[in-house]
Design a protein. Structure first.
Lengths: 354, 305
């Protein structure tokens, strides 16, 4: 129905039937469910299976950890064997985490991209946008409903991923596993994954609105997701200025006692060598104490014996919530841009009945 | 209490450009309410563009369309309690959600419209024996058209725009649909505007004609009055017809001339001059005549004979 209202204008003589009309929020809930129920059910099933699997693996790891006295299981034990190996629980956790990392992409591809693109392809926008609901209301109500649903699912999956990562961290030893690195960091913390899921839903909708074809929108979303993932993995360690600490050269790599658990090591190397009191030493002094071996490099054992130190640049584990917040803000900005693009494109969309 | 506007649809200086192509050019007209109005024109005349603008799906480049006296705005819809005119459109390809059942499509209409008459929609489908539980993707072209019509009618519009509504229907279904449309107009008082380029479909259906050519209205009026107001005159070779009026078209052979003349208002054709024979035009002849001559403005005649 087109817009034609002015208070005070009398009703034309057109027939008004006895039936009840709609066009309210609950009516749009019905429409959203009816149109997208297959994808919603499939998506929730996938999210449910992944979440269930992660909780199951986490429970198994907790049991093993309990059997090992709530510490890392000794190498060679049956418990350690079930944790390691290609199909061990640790690797299984990594596989599940990687699946979780791509759930936002699935949301953008299967829910976001077709939202407008399929309507354009099948010309059903002519039908949807010529009723008593404005195009903007039709779109944003559907987007809000799907956004809330996907954000909730993303937060739930992320919570399970966080629990699993925590259990893996305990079982494998906090010195070997950091919640600050890799996919484990990207999918935990609830907020980043929840926001990321909604952001990619918005990106999918924007691409669908721009291309008006589902397949190109899906392909572009896929490419964009991988590009953004690489960008995030590349840039996130330096989102905040890293701290520097001097650590024994090639000594005990367990920094947990000194630097706390879950640090993110950004750089560790012998650009500069420090003596035991923390003073930088020049190359000649080092070489006089530890002459180069055949390879031309200083002898590692000698350097360790002299208690030389090297610089370690790192992000402390206490910054994980801050980093998650920055990451979520980035995805929020991505989603906001996508939403603005959708709004602009929909305002400019013209449909012809012919 | 204000009075109901007499025009169901009115265009004021309506222009629509698609980059360099002008689809509608400075169109101004009024279409009466509670009638079946034929919107006729050749392919590309601007019929679908006009309907899309009137339905609020397409913005005009300049000018405006008023439905029931209110400006059509794509970004506004009537609110609960409003008594504004509502416009429904049935697009040429009758789009439906393929995975919806017919019953779902009726629910769609109910959930997306402030006013909905389920009985009216179901009755329409019942008349054409469209199965309610079948998915729209499995319906025939004719059945899809009936479902789209049922959704449009169920929303109880004041103005119903039908773009080539009979294109997918067999001859029997065409006759039935037009008959039902006439009954709907009589029962509910809605205004139906149907576009077509097949004038034969309109016989006995449309009451009012708007003829578009090259994006401009070239003829508008009550069809009976238009037919009564035109005459074909055939006689010996002559430069002018033997009666006053506006020459719409003139054809000459070596010995014979044929004129299509629009008679002055109130004029009743009297006896035709000796040697001349006169006859009425069919609607198809009238529209074809105007479409063929639309590029050439008709000459006015003050008087003849």
């Amino acid at each position: 129905m087109s817009a034609l209202s002015t208070p005070g204008t009398t009703t034309p003589a057109a027939y008004r039937g006895p039936g009840r009309g709609g066009a309210g929020l609950t009516d749009l809930v019905w429409l959203t469910w009816r149109q997208h129920r297959a994808v919603i059910v499939a998506g929730l099933a996938v999210a449910g299976m992944v979440t269930g699997s992660m909780l199951y693996v986490a429970a198994r790891i907790a049991t093993i950890n309990h059997q090992c006295g709530n510490t890392a299981c000794p190498p060679g034990s049956a418990q350690a064997a079930s944790l390691t190996g290609f199909f061990g629980l640790t690797n299984l956790s990594i596989y599940l985490t990687i699946i979780v990392m791509f759930l936002p992409l699935l949301t953008g591809v299967f829910l976001g991209a077709p939202l407008l693109a399929r309507e354009h392809e099948q010309r059903t926008l002519l039908l949807a946008w010529s009723q008593d609901i404005t195009p903007q209301r039709w779109l944003w109500t559907k987007f809000a409903l799907l956004g809330v649903l996907t954000a909730a699912a993303g937060a739930a999956v992320s919570a399970a991923a966080g629990h699993l990562a925590h259990m893996v961290s305990i079982a494998t030893g906090k010195s070997l596993f950091s919640l600050f690195s890799g996919a484990g960091f990207l999918v935990t913390g609830m907020l980043p994954l929840a926001v990321q899921t909604v952001a990619w839903l918005a990106v999918g909708v924007a691409l669908g609105a721009a291309y008006r074809r589902t397949l190109p929108a899906i392909f572009t979303a896929l490419t964009g997701y991988i590009a953004v993932l690489f960008l995030v993995v590349w840039r996130y360690p330096s989102l905040m200025t890293p701290l520097t600490a001097l650590v024994p050269y090639r000594g005990n790599q367990d920094f947990t006692s000194r630097l706390g658990a879950n640090i993110l090591v950004i750089h560790q190397g012998m650009d500069t060598i420090y003596d035991a009191s923390g003073h930088a030493m020049n190359r000649a002094a080092v070489q006089s104490l530890c002459p180069p071996a055949n390879s031309g490099s200083p002898d590692d054992q000698c350097l360790a014996q002299h208690h030389f130190m090297e610089a370690l640049r790192y992000q402390p584990g206490s910054r994980i919530p801050d980093f998650h917040l920055v990451l979520a803000s980035g995805y929020l900005a991505l989603g906001a841009i996508a939403v603005a693009v959708v709004w602009w494109l929909v305002r400019r969309t013209s449909l012809s009945a012919g | 209490m204000s009075e109901e506007p007499s025009a169901a649809l009115e265009a004021r200086g309506l222009t629509k450009r698609y980059r360099d192509v002008v689809a509608l050019s400075e169109c101004s007209f009024q279409l009466p309410a509670h009638r079946i109005i034929a919107l006729v024109g050749a392919n590309g005349a601007g019929k679908s563009t006009l309907m899309s603008i009137a339905a609020g799906l397409l913005p005009a480049s300049s000018g405006e369309v008023l439905a029931g006296g209110q400006r059509v705005d794509p970004h506004r819809r009537p609110r609960p309690g409003d008594t504004a005119h509502r416009v429904a459109i049935l697009a040429q390809d009758k789009p439906l959600y393929r995975d919806f059942t017919v019953a779902d499509m009726l629910k769609f209409g109910q959930h997306t419209n402030r006013v909905w008459d389920q009985r009216r929609a179901v009755n329409w489908l019942g008349r054409f024996e469209v199965p309610l539980q079948r998915r729209c993707g499995r319906l025939s072209g004719g059945q899809r058209a009936q479902v789209a019509l049922a959704v449009a009618l169920g929303s109880c519009p004041d103005v119903l725009l039908l773009d080539e509504p009979l294109a997918n229907l067999d001859p029997v279904a065409r006759s039935e649909v037009t008959g039902e449309l006439i009954a709907e107009v009589a029962d509910s008082g809605i205004t139906v505007i149907l576009s077509t380029h097949i004038v034969a479909e309109l016989a006995g259906v449309a009451e009012y004609l708007l003829l578009l050519a090259a994006g401009q209205p070239v003829l508008a009026g009550d069809i009976e009055e238009l037919l009564d107001g035109h005459i074909r005159l055939t006689g010996p070779r002559a430069d002018l017809p033997p009666c006053p009026g506006q020459i719409v078209r003139a054809q000459h052979t070596a010995r014979q001339s044929t004129f299509i003349v629009r008679l002055p208002s109130q004029a009743v054709p009297s006896a035709v001059a000796p040697g001349w024979s006169g006859g009425p035009l069919t609607l198809e002849e009238l529209t074809i005549t105007y479409l063929k001559t639309s590029a050439k403005p008709p000459r006015a005649l003050e008087a003849a004979v």
